[in-house]
Design a protein around this ligand. Structure first.
Ligand code: ZN
Length: 162
């Protein structure tokens, strides 16, 4: 567990997935994040998009890591106290050496390239692959900018972003 989280219980993935609200059961435009389920004394918001992404696949789209369990956690502030009274579920894989690895959701098509914040455009990715991908994207963007500069192309301000 990352030491900036306070952890309570852990749960098997199916114990979370079975309580994900089905949008078809609710009125149109209903905010699914209002749906709460009691897990050992904590009312958990079940409509988080991350959980639906993980239900599509527990496996990282870039490596062999697979999310094994959800931990009920809340962020800790700099003083080491819970920053919020509400908990959420974080999905973790475990490496052969016992290290826990946080699983995240990643855009297939980046927001900066017009990708939507929709379930279809998300895949499961472990934190190390996600941060590697981010750094590669930044490097690629930097290389491209340098290439353009070398070619003597004057960049319009609007093109520099994204
Ligand atoms: Zn990975």
């Amino acid at each position: 567990m990352a030491n900036n989280f306070l952890r309570k219980e852990t749960y098997k993935p199916e114990e979370i997935f079975k309580n994900l609200p089905n949008p078809a059961d609710y009125p149109k435009n209903f905010n699914l994040k209002k749906v709460k389920v009691d897990y050992d004394g904590d009312l958990m918001k079940m409509g988080s998009q991350r959980y639906y992404v993980f239900r599509k696949s527990l496996k990282c789209s870039h490596c062999e890591r697979v999310g094994l369990y959800f931990a009920k956690e809340t962020h800790l502030n700099k003083q080491g106290e819970p920053a919020s009274p509400s908990f959420h579920f974080n999905l973790y894989a475990v490496d052969p050496d016992g290290t826990e690895v946080l699983m995240t959701k990643d855009h297939v098509l980046a927001r900066s390239k017009g990708g939507a914040n929709s379930l279809k455009n998300y895949v499961t990715m472990c934190e190390p692959c996600n941060s590697y991908k981010r750094s590669m994207d930044e490097e690629k963007a930097k290389e491209l900018a340098e290439e353009r500069q070398r070619a003597g192309i004057l960049l319009k301000l609007g093109e520099v972003h994204g």
